[in-house]
Design a protein around this ligand. Structure first.
Ligand code: LLP
Length: 420
């Protein structure tokens, strides 16, 4: 005690004792600081802009309330996300609904709920949405998702802007007929374009490249059809620090060069520039979260490698298995001890790929010690599963040095509650 690892003023060993492990811990202060930076460096700095939190990174009722109080919009990529956001009190007008394969039921839900922006992915969705809206007497604002044909430097599973992508319209399709079709539809208010080129990007060059391509397309739509966009949504994808990456950059590094391109394009054109939207997910929440585990086994295997087994694994953090992500880890009871053991931190599932961290340098640990894996705020809780019937961990929020339960731990009973 006393020397334990602290996370935003809370002793991690005490959190483990009080709430059990594995445990997700989110610093509301850190989340709010990122929202503040978004205001200072983007929405207050540039007129007619907005920031929308991509909730797929981490979604709880509490985070929705925080986003609402910070004046953020939120995105959604399913009826379930829309439901959760509205239930938490988000204004539906501030929601942006994405998806490459939205169901009819989801489109009806979005129209009936009054979702502010629907990002249309393809022609059949456009036609269906128009029909639904006409039937309901609504006229939702829509953007087209376009694939700008930019290959971002990231893991191929989270790269989305290339030509051969499952997401969005091709530039040609928008230019040749989709934009005109949308302009002529009575049921939709065609407001502009959206792109999202990939996630966990550390450089701004691909965002800038995509902006240029999309601006050129908007220029051609203006010449051909007299279309003047009301909104340009540049997606998310702003990278953060994990183990081997550079420190999380300020948002200015991404938005300033994009805004310079956009402003100069509209200045030359002599038109008012459309509203510019960004949709950060990971950048807001990743560094704000950690996962605390208890060590259950320590052994040296036949190959001479040390394995530290913990009480969670790929069900609470699938990112190492899916994207070869690498995380930093701190031994909670010995945050400052020399790291003289090289160990692989393994989950408890019946699967060799269930590893949280390969080859971490840590102080020697034993059963009962706790590990804090850093920067797990994004895409851990939101991607968690019940594989091997492990209960999904609780989420604890810390604010001003005080902790409270934000999501209770799943129980065995929860897990069989839908079985008939
Ligand atoms: N907007 C759209 C349309 C998106 O598809 C995404 C993420 C975002 C915004 C937010 O991207 P972010 O700022 O968080 O990079 N599960 C993967 C990440 C998938 C991202 C999917 N789309 C992972 O764990 O790395």
């Amino acid at each position: 005690m006393g020397n334990n690892f602290e996370f935003y003023g809370c002793d991690a060993a005490e959190l483990a004792r009080e709430y059990g492990t594995p445990l997700y811990v989110i610093s509301n202060d850190a989340v709010r600081a990122r929202c503040r930076e978004l205001r200072e460096s983007f929405t207050d700095r540039y007129e007619n802009t907005r920031a929308v939190y991509a909730c797929k990174a981490f979604l709880t009722q509490e985070i929705c309330r925080i986003m609402k109080s910070e004046g953020m919009g939120m995105d959604a990529v399913s009826g379930g996300e829309i439901y959760a956001e509205v239930k938490a009190g988000m204004d539906p007008g501030m929601l942006v609904f994405h998806g490459n394969s939205k169901t009819k039921a989801e489109l009806i839900q979005a129209v009936e709920t009054g979702v502010g922006t629907i990002v249309v992915d393809n022609m059949s969705e456009l036609e269906l949405l128009n029909e639904i809206a006409l039937e309901k007497g609504a006229k939702p604002g829509i953007l087209f998702r376009v694939a700008p044909g930019v290959d971002s430097h990231t893991h191929s599973y989270i790269s989305t802007g290339q030509l051969d992508s499952k997401f969005g319209f091709s530039i040609e399709e928008v230019e040749n007929h989709a934009a005109k079709a949308a302009m002529d539809m009575e049921g939709v208010d065609f407001r502009g374009l959206h792109f999202h080129i990939g996630s966990q990007l550390h450089e701004n060059d691909t965002h800038v490249m995509a902006v240029k391509i999309v601006l050129e397309l908007l220029g051609r739509l203006r010449d051909k059809y007299g279309f003047k966009a009301a909104e340009l949504n540049c997606g998310g994808g702003f990278g953060v620090h994990y183990k081997d990456d550079p420190e999380t950059p300020g948002i200015s590094m991404f938005v300033d060069p994009m805004m310079a391109e956009i402003d100069s394009f509209y200045e030359k054109l002599g038109d008012e520039r459309p509203m510019v939207t960004i949709e950060p997910g990971r950048w807001i929440i990743s560094d704000a979260g950690i996962t605390i585990y208890e060590v259950g086994s320590v052994k040296v295997n036949g190959a001479g490698k040390t394995y530290v087994g913990v009480d969670g694994g790929m069900p609470d953090n699938p990112r190492t298995a899916l994207y070869q992500a690498s995380y930093e880890v701190v031994v909670v009871e010995k945050p400052d001890a020399p790291k003289d053991v090289r160990a692989t931190i393994a989950g408890k599932c019946c699967e060799s790929g269930d590893i949280i961290i390969y080859d971490a340098d840590i102080p020697a640990v034993e059963r009962g010690d706790h590990l804090a894996v850093l920067s797990t705020g994004a895409y851990n809780y939101s991607m968690a599963s019940n594989y091997n019937r492990l209960c999904r961990p609780a989420v604890v929020a810390v604010e001003n040095g005080e902790a409270h339960l934000s999501v209770r731990r799943e129980t065995y009973e929860d897990m069989i509650s839908r079985d008939l």
